[in-house]
Write a protein of this length. Structure first.
Length: 476
């Protein structure tokens, strides 16, 4: 994710984690700066949503969840579900009505009989969701303003998607999903993965179904309902789509037209081909910047005009490359907990610089690195805080570390290792952890395996903060 206004707004958006129900069979840790334990593996969710109402900011939903028990005799399933979700019925695959209980922002579902280790359980939850805290879904009213059509967009990161559908809302579990939204015909529906169906209904609505496959994390589930049109582009047979208001069509072509080249450059630098079925970028109103929802990035609707291109338009130099880089770093390989968020954001920030280097030359890239360094140096609060740190209230409290410094650490690593070794290590890191969750140790291990260079000291010095001042030596 990338914020237009820097860290302050970003921090405000990332609200503290939801409290956890007192009674629980799973060993859940209340402090979400550590990876949660949970006793099932979320495999697939079919998310059906309809009856969106802008006045009451509400919707009706049915979510069918398939999961596998990770302990013998699983007799309760703990899901994250915002307190604005009123559950009307839970029914399993055999048609048996299941008991459930809501505790704060948690929903516990009781299977008809305990589920054996590695057995599968499937159940559907019907609910009515009222979004009254602005989290998860944002309903936009035109309010008489130009360039602000009525629309809805979601924002999952860090733990906000469970305010509009029940799920496991922490990054250390990955699933496939389908999202079927029924909306008035004048609205488009944009979501993750492949478009499966767009069915007209007799009542003036249509039901649009998307399917995300392979697996990704639930904070990357995205829903946009808006009067946008699709501008179609392509990269090596992969659909590349830009969804904008009709009035923005000509600006959008120029702005987003760099995307296929960028996909080519990133695929080459990482050694891993762009991994998803399509890439969509959709602009919405009142968005804070950009969010890398898997294969379906969401962006602010402030498209640069001709004058902006006389300078370095933030949108094209930073926002588009940043969110695209996350499709590898964050979406394909995902931090296991928010303490390791620099593995998403440091890479996405550094890949802005790598795009600059490719597109505009080494001097431009060096200028950006210099700016990033100055910005970090001007923020003394960050000096004593290690990049991997669990002492935070929300995931982006030390955004200056995980973004700018994260990018710098990767740049230093590249200088130390040399280009060939650095990129070989990146490729190995992505390939060995594809579809998985990672902590910083996984990156260290991948570098060592790919380059036969031990970087423990480098990481202690720059990432873990374990080297005492005066004791560290320069060099890897
Ligand atoms: Zn980001």
């Amino acid at each position: 994710m990338r914020s237009l206004l820097g860290c302050a707004l970003l921090a405000a958006l990332a609200a503290p984690s939801a409290p956890v129900a007192a009674q629980s069979n799973a060993e859940r840790v209340a402090n979400d700066s550590y990876t949660r334990s949970h006793d099932y593996d979320l495999v697939h969710q079919r998310i059906e949503v309809r009856n969106f109402d802008w006045d009451s900011t509400s919707l009706d939903g049915r979510v069918t969840t398939t999961l596998v028990a990770l302990r013998p005799g699983l007799d309760s399933v703990i899901l994250d579900a915002g307190r604005g979700l009123a559950v009307t019925r839970v029914v399993d695959a055999r048609g048996t009505i299941l008991k459930s209980a809501a505790h704060g922002d948690t929903l516990v579902v009781y299977p008809a009989r305990p589920v054996a280790f590695h057995d599968t359980l499937r159940f559907a939850i019907d609910y009515h969701a009222r979004i009254d805290n602005g989290r998860g879904l944002t309903f936009i009213e035109p309010e008489g303003r130009e360039h602000r059509p009525q629309q809805i967009w979601s924002q999952g990161e860090d733990e906000n998607n469970h305010f509009w559908f029940p799920t496991y809302d922490f990054p250390n579990d990955k699933m496939t999903w389908e999202l079927a939204a029924t909306v008035p015909r004048q609205y488009s529906v944009v979501s993750n993965g492949r478009l499966v169906a767009d069915r007209r209904n007799p009542d003036g609505t249509h039901t649009v179904t998307w399917r995300q496959d392979p697996r990704s994390a639930t904070y990357l589930v995205s829903l946009i309902v808006a009067p946008v049109i699709r501008l179609a582009d392509t990269w090596r047979g992969v659909p590349v789509d830009y969804y904008v208001y009709r009035a923005d069509s000509s600006r959008a072509r120029r702005l987003f037209g760099v995307t296929p080249d960028m996909m080519e450059v990133y695929s080459r630098l990482t050694g891993v081909r762009y991994p998803w079925a399509k890439y969509a970028q959709t602009t919405v109103a009142d968005f804070f910047g950009g969010m890398e929802n898997v294969s379906a990035t969401t962006l602010i609707d402030w498209l640069p005009d001709e004058r902006a291109y006389l300078d370095r338009p933030w949108y094209q130099w930073i926002l588009i490359p940043h969110e695209l880089a996350h499709q590898w770093f964050g979406d394909l390989v995902t931090c296991k907990d928010w303490a390791n968020l620099w593995l998403n954001e440091g890479f996405a920030t550094y890949f802005e610089t790598l795009w600059e280097e490719h597109q505009y030359g080494a001097d431009e890239a060096a200028y950006s690195l210099w700016q990033n360094r100055n910005s970090w140096m001007n923020n003394q609060r960050l000096y004593p805080v290690p990049m991997v740190n669990r002492n935070f209230k929300d995931a982006t409290e030390y955004a200056g570390n995980i973004y700018g410094k994260g990018g710098w650490v990767l740049h230093m690593l590249r200088q130390q290792l040399g280009d060939a070794e650095f990129y070989r290590a990146m490729k190995h890191y992505l390939e060995t952890n594809r579809g998985q969750n990672v902590v910083t140790a996984d990156l260290v291990k991948a570098i060592e395996q790919a380059t036969a260079t031990n970087v423990d000291q480098f990481f202690d010095q720059w990432v873990n903060g374990l080297e005492q001042s005066g004791q560290h030596r320069p060099g890897v």
